[in-house]
Write a protein that binds this ligand. Structure first.
Ligand code: HEC
Length: 186
């Protein structure tokens, strides 16, 4: 006869601890699957918008997409419980600067691009956080590479006086997607 397995969530609901049980309703596997889906959606939409803008009006036009459309697409893919953003060891926008934890993951990813996640019950930290590496592709070099067109350079300098995000080569770690999950407290 099959042995009955009682999950932590089921056990907690039996004990009727609703608030605590809620933080356990999703297993790390489900959270990782959801985080990957968010990265796919955000990354896919952003790349599509960027390519369309460059095709229409060149790289200087594409800057507008990264500058204004990227945060909008990130917001579209975020909710009360989930957030998605991008970070890097060399940021263009200081708002994207990594936290200490993110910086450690980026330093490790710089050697081997990977995805990482952590489940935490410590207060002041998201219950779940996930990062996946963003490699530099050919498409990125016009705005993040070594030989940037003077017009593009001028527009970037105007918008981002402290831009650190140039000088990359194809295959370099450009940064990472960051996804966090924090169940709503009732
Ligand atoms: C048309 C110019 C342009 C192209 C092409 C471009 N980017 Fe960017 N990128 C930007 C701008 C502008 C920002 C700053 C966005 C902001 O203000 O949040 C940025 C920001 C980023 C960030 C967030 C971290 C930071 O530096 O602030 C990452 C990661 C990033 N880009 C990766 C890429 C990747 C990967 C590619 C290629 C697939 C790419 N970019 C192509 C202009 C570009």
């Amino acid at each position: 006869m099959a042995k009955q397995i009682i999950t932590a969530a089921a056990l907690l609901s039996m004990l009727s601890v609703p608030v605590l049980a809620e933080t356990h309703t999703q297993s790390p596997d489900e959270l990782v699957t959801e985080a990957r889906a968010k990265v796919q959606a955000f990354g896919g939409s952003l790349k599509q918008a960027l390519q369309a803008a460059i095709k229409e009006g060149g790289l200087t036009n594409g800057i507008g997409v990264c500058n204004t459309v990227a945060p909008e697409i990130a917001a579209d893919n975020s909710s009360e419980e989930w957030t998605i953003s991008r970070t890097s060891l060399k940021v263009r926008n200081p708002d994207n600067a990594p936290t200490d934890w993110q910086k450690l993951q980026l330093l490790a990813m710089d050697k081997q691009p990977v995805e990482v996640w952590q489940v935490s019950e410590a207060s002041g930290q998201p219950a779940f956080r996930y990062m996946s590496a963003i490699p530099t592709q050919k498409l990125c070099l016009g705005c993040h590479g070594k030989n940037i067109d003077p017009d593009v350079k001028a527009k970037l300098a105007e918008l981002y006086p402290n831009d650190q995000a140039t000088g990359f080569s194809e295959g370099d770690l450009r940064g990472a997607f960051v996804v966090t999950y924090q169940p709503a407290t009732k």
